[in-house]
Design a protein around this ligand. Sequence first.
Ligand code: BV8
Ligand code: ZN
Length: 250
Amino acid sequence: MRLSNELTRILRKARSVCVLTGAGISAESGVPTFRGAEGLWNKFRPEELANFEAFIHNPKLVWEWYTYRRKLIEDVMPNAGHIALARMETFFDDFTLVTQNVDDLHRRASSKNILELHGNIMRSYCIDCGKDEDHPDFSRQENIPRCKACGGLVRPGVVWFGEMLPQEVFQEAERSAQRCDLFLSIGTSAVVYPAASLPVTARQAGAYTVEVNIERTEQSRLFDETLLGKAGDILPAIADSLQLIKGVNV
Ligand code: BV8
Ligand code: ZN
């Protein structure tokens, strides 16, 4: 795949890069996306499962869903897209990977500077005392995890709809979008806020903005370039070009 002259020029001179990823980058690992044909939202209703009221109303159902997703994620591996981003990070002093994914696959692909906007499915904490309970044991009778310290309900360590994002994490993501020379948006339908505001922030700050997706999205008109194709094909090609441009062997 040949990159445009403009993107090649930007890759050569860029000092600061900000990348936003969504479920699409994990699709090739076998993690279902949310809105795709096999998407989670076709089988499950977000308002029934991914919000606090639903959890309080039926914690057992919500935990069954997160346990099903945890198991699925434990059995998959990062793909060529995740790995290419970890390679690209080594070419820049200032490289920030902002993800909406809770699947921990960027860390497993050895990316370093990761901002998890929506939390991490492998974490859990007590809703009363806030104590982390990453390996909650599900008591036989209730089949929902209780806090070992105070007996409170333990919930998955993700951000649900209607809940604020971790402020420090989102502000760091905004700062990165404001200062970057190049902004990449990968495998996201860009409909969930405030994550979907980051490409707008980057564009308004003068960054060169590139979208990678198998199809055009609601935000495509916002980007300088939309590279249509699988992240697992396009990102390794960008990493290879970077290697040539920067002329270093990694
Ligand atoms: C909040 C964790 C403050 C849980 C998630 C402004 C306007 C409108 C609505 C709002 C607004 N501000 C706030 C809202 C409400 C809401 C929102 O945005 N609703 C949407 C639906 C309209 N936002 C919130 O509630 C946020 N909190 O705003 O708090 C507040 C508080 C009180 C009251 C008001 C405000 C919290 C949002 C976080 C929710 N948690 N996840 C869990 O995972 O269980 S969101 C979850 O869904 C993901 O994290 C992700 O963000 C989103 C899914 O989007 P994508 O990742 O993009 O996935 P999708 O399937 O949609 O798309 C995949 C794409 O990949 C597709 O384009 C496809 O073509 C492409 N693709 C597929 N395969 C490939 C590929 N691309 C490349 N290669 C491939 N191989
Ligand atoms: Zn507790």
